[in-house]
Each structure stands twice: as structure tokens, then as C-alpha cells.
Design a protein around this ligand. Structure first.
Ligand code: CP
Ligand code: NVA
Length: 305
């Protein structure tokens, strides 16, 4: 059976822990200028149905550093744009490449890609989830604070793919997660149902941003307008989301040494102020760098046999 990474629930807590350890080793090796090329002769196929800077570059550079190769496919430049099915596409890609990474819209598209594939499929973001990013964020928390399990993590803003994935992470690892989202923009019902049915008391959703960040160790935020949502009632959304801006005042309610994370790209002045993003608590650029190290650990786990 081929293993995929479509959601964090495809991993066990023990596997997440070993990925975190391996990411730290790979980061140290790279900083020391040590060569490590376990994926020589292997190729990653990257399928992008949405734009990307970090995911595209970190996966491609990561494959290069591991001794392999990555190729970039988009909807427009491939036959996906002419309606070739996801199942047929991944069935064909599996004859050429050793792993597929896909960024897309509905989660069902990536599930269909996985259904046709005989090589691992990795979710590089869907409307529902962004597992590689949250694994990186957990790594960044551990890097700064020693661990994640005993930390209070808050997420402030839109109940989007990042919020959904943070909830999955908290279910898996058991840390305290407090989310503050405006009415109508809470995380996906199927994710919240899991919290309820599993009795996961470590996860709380509130409307109050201050309540969510009070005494927390890390504040996360993300854009109020995700890819695919552009142009739909943005003015009204800005008004509704204003109390959820991560600014100096909101940050003052967190622990004195709390860190601030944002998966980027940011809309500076909307969900986060320049002052916070460029300030001493911000780890957003380390977080962006860490995509490379964490994904190298993921690629090694999924592609090195
Ligand atoms: N955070 C993230 O996934 O960035 P990109 O959209 O640039 O890949
Ligand atoms: N929630 C954002 C994340 C971008 C990395 C989006 O889906 O556009």
C-alpha cells in the first residue's frame, strides 16, 4: 500500500515527533555545509493549481539538495487544464516520478489524485488543509520553545485551511489550542465535529481574540482572504475581521516571550501589522525557511526506501 500525506491524520504522533527530530538534523547538516543526497535519481512531480512562492521553491530546492529533481506542472500547462482526470493524470505521472506534491482547491481533487497514484501524494495545500505548513510551524515552535506539547498555541483570524490543520495537529499531539474566529468564519464543520466527537477539551474556539491569546506561547495568523476567495465581499470582511488583527495591543496579552507565526504571504496592515511582523516576537521568516528543512524530512520519509 502506498502511503500519502493528504492530511496530518495520515501520520501518527510518533511519526510527527521523528519528523521534527529529523528536520532539526537536516537543518544542522545544511548549515554545516554537509552534503546529504539520499534521493539521487529520484523525481518529485509538483502539480500547482494555485500560485505559490514558498511551497514551490522549498520543495524544488529541497529535492535538489537531497540529490533528486523536481518538475513543475500547472493546470494550464498540462492536460489537467483540458479536463484529463486527476486519476488518469496521477496514474500516468506515477510511471515517471517517485512522488507527487499537489496544491489545489477542494480536498477531493487531491484525494482523486491519490486514488490513481501508485507513488506517494503529498498535500501542498488545499482549501481544507495545509499539512506541510503546520508541520513546519510546529517545528518552529519546538525550535524556539523546546517543545510543543506543553505550549499554549493560539490562532487568530479566518477559520481556513491553516486553522483546520492546526486543529488536526492539536488532536494528534494534545497541546492546548485556542482559536478566535469571527462569526461565519469558524473552522470547517467536519473538523470541528472531530473535536466534539473525540472530546478534545484541549481545543477551544471563541469569538474573542484577547481570550484566545491571553497567556499563550505562540500566536498564529493568516490572510483573511485565501486563494480562490478573492473579490467576494472583501470590504465587509475587513470590517468583520478588524478585531482579529495581530497588533502590538493583542500581542501584549500573550506571554512576554511569546512568538508570532504567519505562514505568509501576509497582507501587512490587515491580519498583522508591520510592527508585529518585523518586531522581536516575529519568527515568520524563520518559519518560511523551515519549510525547506521540514519538507526535506518529509521527502526523505516518503521517497527514500
Ligand atoms: N505558506 C505558503 O504555502 O506559501 P506559498 O503560497 O508561497 O507557497
Ligand atoms: N490560507 C491561505 C494560505 C496560503 C499559504 C490560502 O489558502 O491562500
Amino acid at each position: 500500500m502506498v502511503r500519502h500525506l493528504l492530511s496530518l491524520f495520515d501520520l501518527t504522533a510518533v511519526e510527527v515527533e521523528s519528523l521534527m527530530k529529523r528536520s532539526a538534523e537536516l537543518k544542522a547538516m545544511q548549515k554545516a555545509g554537509k552534503r546529504h543526497r539520499p534521493l539521487e535519481g529520484k523525481t518529485l512531480g509538483m502539480v500547482f493549481e494555485k500560485s505559490s512562492t514558498r511551497t514551490r521553491v522549498s520543495f524544488e530546492v529541497g529535492m535538489f539538495q537531497l540529490g533528486g529533481h523536481a518538475l513543475n506542472l500547472t493546470t494550464q500547462a498540462s492536460q489537467l487544464g483540458r479536463g484529463e482526470t486527476y486519476e488518469d493524470t496521477s496514474r500516468v505521472l506515477s510511471r515517471y516520478v517517485d512522488c507527487i506534491m499537489m496544491r489545489t482547491f477542494e480536498q477531493t481533487r487531491i484525494e482523486r489524485m491519490a486514488a490513481g497514484a501508485s507513488v506517494p501524494v503529498i498535500n501542498g495545500l488545499s482549501d481544507l488543509l495545509h499539512p506541510c505548513q503546520v508541520l513546519t510551524d510546529i517545528f518552529t515552535v519546538i525550535e524556539n520553545r523546546g517543545s510543543v506539547r506543553d505550549q499554549i498555541i493560539s490562532y487568530v483570524g479566518d477559520g481556513n485551511n491553516m486553522a483546520n490543520t492546526w486543529i488536526q495537529a492539536a488532536i494528534l499531539l494534545g497541546f492546548e489550542l485556542r482559536l478566535a474566529c469571527p462569526e461565519g468564519y469558524t473552522p470547517a464543520a467536519l473538523i470541528l465535529d472531530k473535536v466534539k466527537s473525540g472530546g478534545h477539551k484541549n481545543i477551544r474556539v471563541t469569538r474573542d481574540a484577547k481570550e484566545a491569546v491571553e497567556g499563550c506561547d505562540a500566536i498564529n495568523t493568516d490572510t483573511w482572504i485565501s486563494m480562490g476567495q478573492e473579490g467576494s465581499g472583501e470590504d465587509a470582511k475587513h470590517k468583520l475581521f478588524a478585531p482579529y488583527q495581530v497588533n502590538a495591543k493583542l500581542l501584549s496579552y500573550a506571554k512576554k516571550d511569546a512568538i508570532v507565526l504567519h505562514c505568509l504571504p501576509a497582507h501587512r496592515g490587515d491580519e498583522i501589522t508591520d510592527e508585529v511582523m518585523d518586531g522581536p516576537h516575529s519568527r515568520v521568516f524563520d518559519e518560511a525557511e523551515n519549510r525547506l528543512h521540514v519538507q526535506k524530512a518529509i521527502l526523505e520519509m516518503y521517497m527514500h526506501s
